[in-house]
Design a protein. Structure first.
Length: 172
């Protein structure tokens, strides 16, 4: 969390009552997330409904903040996808995810498993190229999309090689 200069006239998070509404910048800071992620989540989770005032300024209620904490925990700590969190919200309800956000509830107790357990690696994991003859079992990507992603990865790896050569010209 960034430190707030008491002489700057800003009210710190600790100075507010626990039931006070929070601005998007305060919530983003508390959750260690960029503000645009919170705005994006509003489009994916209709349960997130901050109060909007003039000029579209958002004010999050304490329950909204708990819900956001729960969503963050499920996505970042537990390995769920957005669809997985949506499924939990539909099945268990908002109160359950808020309790997860407060640390009062564990997801395993409700019998849910994150999508991370699937055989397909997450982006950035196990990027060894597959031989073209390798069987594709359980791939969730269409072959044309997979080929485009592989091409993009190859381009990025080439960029990485070029940047490494520029950093140490005598070694490349």
């Amino acid at each position: 969390m960034r430190k707030i200069d008491p002489g700057a006239g800003a009210v710190g998070l600790m100075d507010k009552a626990p039931d006070a509404f929070r601005t998007i910048s305060e919530v983003a800071e508390e959750l260690d997330l960029p503000q645009h992620v919170l705005r994006f989540w509003e489009t994916r989770f209709n349960q997130i409904r901050p109060l909007k005032r003039g000029g579209g300024r958002r004010y999050y209620r304490p329950d909204d903040v708990d819900l956001l904490k729960g969503i963050r925990r499920l996505l970042y700590d537990e390995g769920y996808t957005i669809k997985g969190v949506q499924r939990i919200l539909r099945g268990e309800g908002t109160r359950f995810v808020q309790a997860v956000g407060r640390g009062e509830q564990r997801v395993e107790e409700a019998g849910h498993r994150p999508e991370r357990d699937r055989e397909e690696p997450l982006v950035g994991e196990d990027l060894e190229p597959e031989p073209e003859s390798a069987p594709r079992t359980g791939s969730i990507l269409a072959p044309d999309l997979r080929a485009r992603l592989r091409s993009a990865l190859d381009d990025l790896q080439e960029c990485k090689r070029v940047l490494a050569a520029l950093r140490s010209p005598g070694e490349a």
